[in-house]
Write a protein that binds this ligand. Structure first.
Ligand code: UDP
Ligand code: MN
Length: 338
């Protein structure tokens, strides 16, 4: 459908990479909808070129330059820069319905059925389930709604400092008014929930359709972080591997073409993948599947060797070609999940 679109936002090159991976994940799962990206003026020309190759439409939104209501609103509340930029998604009135997705989300299967929902449909936030998480939501572009949102933001502000607080204030009856506007959690599985309710993740995790890497550490920052940090950090490692897999196979080559001889941030892919593998292994060593507990002797042996291997991981001596190879870990992870 030409008048329906997935929409995302990137105000800098880091989030732009997230948007590229998101776009490729939607394409990979054969969406029939248009793809639109809103970009801020700081996004570099080569990154915009890559975005134009993936998205049907790349629109520059510059709240500071515009002489519209958003600019006025921003002068009164300068702290709401990115938030007011995100609200621009309501101005895409050449579409009748859209699904907004944060640049730090990744699509794991076709989700076109979301367009059957009405504004404002979203999934609960894991931190406070009577609020919706604003990383994935269905909405209807409308200049009238856009103006009301800006007015609301200027007068009432946002209780959490971001777009989620503003949108939950504005669509304040979401929690109670209409259950059809509650998207199942699998459409916005935040990495945090995996650790706060592990049994539920084990039960339902394989149904996930969208994973959301919310929080401070984003997939694209892993390659730049210390190994120990990555191991203890945020997202479920196998989703992290999915992200890096898509980035290295279907985004990096385009970035390389657009940048030519110019150097661009070569977050070392190998290092990031290694880190992801290390995270997988660390997670598995911490919670081995129950079938390994059958014989106590066997278990003790397992734990000892796990401990040994964990130490090796931490010293950066993982056996990536042998026991800790991607294939072995993936197989183990699959039995763990299914
Ligand atoms: N965003 C952006 N630039 C920024 C911060 C945020 O473009 O500097 C956009 C991007 O689409 C991002 C969304 O706003 O996914 C929401 O921010 P973020 O995902 O970092 O928040 P979280 O989901 O971690 O609460
Ligand atoms: Mn997010």
């Amino acid at each position: 459908m030409a008048d329906q679109a997935f929409v995302t936002l990137a105000t800098n090159d880091s989030y732009a990479k997230g948007a590229m991976v998101l776009g490729q994940s939607l394409r990979r799962h054969k969406t029939s909808k248009k793809l639109a990206a809103l970009v801020g003026p700081q996004v570099s020309e080569p990154c915009r070129s890559v975005l134009r190759r993936i998205f049907d439409e790349v629109r520059l939104v510059d709240v500071l330059d515009s002489r519209d209501a958003a600019h006025l609103a921003l002068m009164k509340r300068p702290e709401l820069g990115v938030t007011f930029t995100k609200l621009h998604c309501w101005t895409l009135t050449h579409y009748s319905k859209c699904v907004f997705m944060d640049a730090d989300t990744l699509v794991l299967s076709n989700i076109d059925e979301l367009f059957d929902r009405e504004e404002l449909s979203a999934a609960p936030d894991p931190g406070w389930p009577d609020c919706f998480n604003s990383g994935v939501f269905v909405y209807r572009p409308s200049v009238e709604t856009y103006d009301k949102l800006l007015q609301y933001g200027t007068e009432e502000g946002t209780f959490d400092g971001g777009d989620q607080g503003l949108l939950n204030g504005f669509f304040g009856d979401w929690a109670t008014a209409d259950i059809s506007k509650h998207l199942p959690f699998i459409y916005n599985l935040s990495s945090i929930a995996i650790y706060t309710y592990l049994p539920a993740f084990k039960r339902y995790g394989s149904n996930a359709k969208v994973v959301h890497f919310l929080g401070k550490t984003k997939p694209w920052s892993h390659g730049l972080e210390a190994k120990t940090k990555a191991i203890s950090g945020g997202a479920h490692p196998s989703f992290l591997l999915d992200w890096w897999g898509l980035y290295s196979t279907s985004v990096m080559p385009m970035l390389q073409e657009e940048y030519g001889d110019q150097p661009f941030h070569t977050e070392c892919v190998e290092e990031a993948v290694e880190e992801s593998l290390a995270s997988v292994a660390a997670a598995l060593h911490l919670s081995p599947p129950p079938q390994q507990h059958e014989h106590q002797q066997h278990q003790q042996h397992q734990q000892a060797s796990s401990e040994e291997r964990k130490q090796k991981w931490e010293q950066g001596q993982a056996d990536y070609m042998g026991t800790d190879s991607f294939d072995n870990i993936k197989t183990k992870l699959d039995t763990f999940l299914k």
